[in-house]
Design a protein around this ligand. Structure first.
Ligand code: GDG
Length: 458
């Protein structure tokens, strides 16, 4: 694909305005930006999205070689489209209905309006016969809308979160419209083959598409459906971990923890990530004297996320109560049982924590992929560390040498955490070397190459 031919559309731009007014820019949080930012920076191209603040859209701009076209959301769009339909309807429903999804007709109207605005922005700004790659659950209607406006474009769509089984998806009153939206794309990609199958079944049963799980036809338009497991820039992560500054910081962290063995969790503060269950499993280990806070510590980094949505505020309160309870019961002078940081760390600092951790806890109840698991493995150039990984993260389909756990089975998870900490050195190194090889081979470059290759062939 020639340079500057790619257009990415996602709800959020890779940068968000920092502070109010005409201040600077900072990197947007989350896995989508982690994965796509290096792809577009390497290939060159245009990113269409929202800058994260309500109001009129800023002007088109260029930032470190990246062309950016902001789309504006007013306060009502933020409430109805973003916090409403995206975060309180689609997010819980697509994550296994861990929390009940709410169905509200005004949110749906807003979702349609905002998707239409994105489709029109792309139709105006994309040159003839280019490829447009639409991302995630915020923009499910865009492929069909954009095809109607610009039939000359090649349109790809990638869903970063799981696609639920048909019986859960079928609850949405506007299920057929959502599926029609995606069927406007030439290629529809998912994290795992299970997600792809769930979608194709929904398309056949709820929207009159015809064909196999991998190839559908809808009103004469051919759509390819496949899994494209997303990844990270593994080389960049490893190089970061190898810098003297990161290694120095990792040693300092270990020293500050007084030589105690460390479990680490790093997540957006989200009820899907299983933070509460892992804390309770740790508590059970302390309660039953299988571990002691004098010998080990759990560090949880929780990045603030979607704080105005009530379920997120409740999750935060529950997590903080559990942390308080564990520390009240099990901490000693000089050895706090759980360190809880509710903040965003810089990339270097994050790499240092990964490098210092004995056991990484990635225990979501449901997760499209989970890039934290892949980042952890990539930083461990020293061959150290162990990964405890939920069976319900997309990453578990690839990272089979992790210690796999069911986060709903608290006792089983506690036992696996203890086992991961005590893995014999040879086994621990063997597992880590295979995990590292997998992530290195299947990095974000391969992911985007595979998707865009399929799009070009379509
Ligand atoms: C969605 C899907 C899918 C976290 N804390 C800090 C920090 N992070 C970065 C991590 C990682 C990213 O945020 C989180 O990525 P995840 O993949 O875990 O999760 P979601 O945000 O839920 O992403 C997910 C992903 O899309 C990609 O398709 O894997 O399943 O839910 O990159 O490093 N970054 C910094 N400081 C932190 O404190 N700098």
């Amino acid at each position: 694909m020639p340079k500057h031919q790619l257009v990415i559309m996602a709800n959020r731009l890779p940068l968000k305005r920092s502070g109010r007014g005409a201040g600077g820019w900072e990197r947007s949080p989350g896995g989508l930006v982690t994965a796509l930012d290096p792809v577009l920076r390497k290939r060159g191209g245009l990113w269409i999205g929202w800058d994260g603040s309500p109001g009129r859209p800023g002007r088109s701009m260029e930032h470190e070689g990246l062309k950016i076209k902001p789309v504006g959301l007013v306060t009502k769009d933020v409430e109805h489209f973003y916090h409403g339909f995206c975060n309180r309807t689609l997010w819980p429903l697509f994550h296994d209905a861990i929390r009940p999804a709410e169905f509200n007709a005004s949110w749906w109207e807003s979702y349609k309006e905002v998707n239409d605005r994105f489709a029109r922005a792309a139709a105006r700004h994309v040159a003839k016969r280019r490829s447009v790659w639409v991302h995630d659950f915020h923009l499910m209607l865009v492929p069909q809308m954009l095809r109607a406006l610009r039939p000359d474009l090649r349109i790809g769509y990638f869903l970063h979160i799981p696609f639920p089984p048909e019986e859960i998806f079928a609850r949405v009153p506007w299920r057929a419209e959502l599926v029609h939206g995606l069927l406007g794309a030439d290629v529809v990609g998912f994290q795992t083959w299970k997600d792809a199958q769930n979608f194709s079944r929904a398309a056949r049963h709820l929207a009159d598409a015809e064909g196999t799980d991998a190839r559908l036809t809808f009103h004469g338009h051919k759509v390819r459906v496949n899994s494209f497991p997303i990844s990270i820039d593994a080389g960049e992560m490893e190089r970061l971990a190898q810098t003297a500054a990161v290694q120095r910081r990792a040693r300092e962290i270990k020293a500050r923890l007084g030589g105690r063995r460390m479990f680490l969790g790093v997540d957006r503060l989200d009820y899907t990530k299983g933070i509460e269950s892992r804390l309770v499993a740790f508590e059970q280990l302390l309660e039953s004297d299988r571990l002691s806070a004098e010998r080990c510590v759990l560090v949880q980094v929780a990045v603030p996320s979607r704080e105005t949505v009530p379920e997120y505020a409740q999750t935060r309160t529950r997590i903080e109560q559990i942390v308080g309870r564990i520390n009240g019961e099990f901490s000693h002078p000089g050895s706090v049982a759980v360190h809880y940081f509710r903040r965003n760390l810089g990339r270097e600092e994050l790499a240092a924590w990964y490098l210092a951790a004995d056991v990484m806890l990635v225990t979501p109840l449901c997760d499209g992929m989970n890039l934290v698991a892949k980042e952890y493995v990539s930083t461990r150039f020293d061959g150290g560390g162990a990964l405890v990984l939920s069976e319900f993260a997309g990453a578990s389909h690839e990272l089979r040498q992790a210690v796999l756990v069911n986060p709903y089975d608290l006792e089983g998870m506690a036992t696996s955490m203890q086992r991961a900490l005590a893995l014999p050195k040879a086994e621990q190194r063997f597992r880590m070397s295979i995990l590292r090889m997998i992530v290195k081979r299947h990095d974000v470059e391969e992911w985007s190459g595979n998707f865009l290759g399929a799009l070009e062939e379509s």
